[in-house]
Write a protein that binds this ligand. Structure first.
Ligand SMILES: [Zn+2]
Length: 61
């Protein structure tokens, strides 16, 4: 994913801001890493350049 996405990504659960932990980085793109919510501490993986912002519990409207 592009790093500029961090400006628009928010936690899908609480809409809080996300912290980025980069594991693998190539040419301005994050290949793998983690997004951690500053508010509810939920963790979302980034795999193959794609952020997976799905809550574990999908019972949200
Ligand atoms: Zn959150």
């Amino acid at each position: 994913m592009d790093k500029s996405l961090m400006k628009i990504l928010v936690c899908p659960i609480c809409k809080g801001k996300l912290d980025l932990n980069i594991i693998e980085y190539q040419k301005d793109a994050i290949i793998s890493g983690e997004l951690v919510c500053k508010k509810c501490k939920e963790l979302f993986p980034i795999k193959n350049g794609v952020p997976h912002l799905l809550p574990k519990n999908l019972q949200f409207e």
